[in-house]
Design a protein around this ligand. Sequence first.
Ligand SMILES: *Cc1c(COP(=O)(O)O)cnc(C)c1O
Length: 341
Amino acid sequence: MEKKNIDWGNLGFAYMKTDSRYVSYWRNGSWDDGAMIGEADVTISESAGVLQYSQTCFEGLKAYTTEDGHIVTFRPDMNAQRMTETTQRLLMPSFPNERFIDALEKVVKANAAYVPPYGSGATLYIRPFLFGSGPVIGVAPSPEYTFRMFCTPVGPYFKGGVKPLRLQVSDYDRAAPNGTGHIKAGLNYAMSLYAGHVAHKNGFAENMFLDAATHTLVEETGGANFIFVTKDGKVVTPKSKTILPSITRRSLMQVARDYLHLETEERAVPLSEVSSFAECGLCGTAAVISPVYSIKTAKGEITFPSGEEKMGPVIQKLYDTLTGIQMGRIPAPEGWIHTIV
Ligand SMILES: *Cc1c(COP(=O)(O)O)cnc(C)c1O
């Protein structure tokens, strides 16, 4: 198969239209057979549930080329299951998990020419999404739904080297105690755009959100979960019902335990404890881990001893081990690597 003529190493994180995508419609109580189509544009009712009341959710995962030349994805069963849990909370019909995997295989195979070569640092980002496409005017779940999955090649995350991030504690809240913070709903992102804009205007890469009820506990950034390393080498991640359960973070905690033999803790993390940590990182599919250099709080700026230039030693080991597992250089736990071709 001939690859597309793309400058893989210089791709950013932006949408590029690829050859084909998967679509399935839910009407009269069931999903149709689904199909791969060429048309990228979506035509729906002006009164569609997604347009009027934001009834939509999404997932994000990557396909990439391993050292031995296979195209694989990482734990896609976890994305399928998380989307099922999201749809339940938004009163949308779930797309069956095994059909999610089937759609993924079709999308990646049909667009294999867009999967970046091994060593380029680039990956194929896959975006499954499900939305209310039937008309509503009174507030109610949509009578019809659309599941789609497209892909787009994206560049290496740390282009030009790793640069530890500067964060600020946000004055805004991301998730209410019994709200929707734990699901991958589009609405969680719409309402975070303004807080992100304020952070960028103030010169910070991301917001650290605190728990909405007490403003004392660390939650997440709204696109990535936190992991911290204590001065005695324990890996700690905040536990909260309003954090989105990152697949990367759950995988890193397992890597810390089973590969690096480190102690791990998932527990409430008070903001007041953060200045005692040795390392801090953000985890998500896009970067795997982005190191954090500093966090501006109402009481001043916290900086981590790992510094402004590089990842701290434990975060570096976690990063190297998980990316090694993903790229096929290190043996993976059972079921983590889903080979497509
Ligand atoms: C998707 C997402 C993450 C990262 O999850 P991964 O499964 O690791 O990609 C973290 N926080 C929020 C709010 C998210 O939507």
